[in-house]
Design a protein. Structure first.
Length: 231
């Protein structure tokens, strides 16, 4: 069962239970206090229970719909990673709050050749496969998002530059050794930058990671490059 399915089930059951409890409580109060019925019998709660169950299901469906809409609004529809807008918003929040973190930027090497040789459908399957590998390997609290096209971002809270480098190296090795839908090996190039609490902005941080990524490309691809040291 996926995460969204588990969350949906939890919300659904919680809404029904709360509605049942409230309705039965109100029903009991009306029977004992308002109607002043002293000879109380459990059967008297049948009607409130039925009403509570119906109301609970309606409320649960409404809450569930809003939850799903919110979930999908921050997800990339193809890869199910977080989307560009969500990670950008989170990036601004973390920088504003001066949260310690690093940013790993990577993209798939020679991805255009996959689309040209095997078609865009195979390209989509390749993107999904890479995202599955990253999702299975990253830490639970890391934020994995699709920046656009074949380019992705991994935000690693409580990680300095070298800890993030270790994460990127593991991903680089994992992807290069994994089987792919096309049957051919695939590599990725990585750039890593650390948030500098004294002077950073989202654009400056991303620019440094981007420069490191292209240095990986220029040095032969399938490697990890760190940002240049602060001057």
């Amino acid at each position: 069962m996926s995460l969204i399915e588990l969350n949906s089930l939890r919300i659904y059951l919680k809404s029904i239970i709360v509605s049942l409890a409230l309705t039965c409580g109100v029903g009991y109060f009306q029977i004992r206090v308002v109607l002043e019925i002293t000879d109380f019998k459990p059967i008297y709660l049948a009607a409130p229970c039925v009403i509570g169950l119906i109301f609970g299901v309606l409320v649960a469906r409404f809450i569930l719909l809003n939850h799903k809409l919110e979930w999908y609004s921050i997800r990339d529809p193809l890869t199910n990673t977080f989307n560009h807008g969500y990670y950008k918003r989170l990036l601004k929040e973390w920088i504003h709050e001066k949260t310690a973190f690093s940013l790993i930027l990577f993209d798939i090497d020679d991805f255009k050749e996959i689309n040209d040789e095997y078609g865009h459908q195979m390209g989509d399957k390749t993107l999904v496969r890479v995202c599955e590998l990253v999702a299975e390997t990253k830490r639970l609290y890391d934020v994995f998002a699709r920046h656009g096209g074949e380019e992705f971002v991994l935000l690693t809270p409580r990680s300095d530059l070298y800890e993030a480098e270790d994460i990127a190296e593991r991903l680089c090795d994992l992807i290069s050794e994994a089987s792919m839908p096309s049957g051919h090996k695939l590599t990725c190039s990585f750039g890593v930058a650390q948030f500098r609490t004294d002077s950073d902005t989202p654009d400056l941080l991303f620019e440094r990671a981007d420069k490191a990524l292209y240095e990986s490309k220029n040095r032969g691809k399938n490697r990890v490059t760190l940002e240049e040291p602060a001057k």
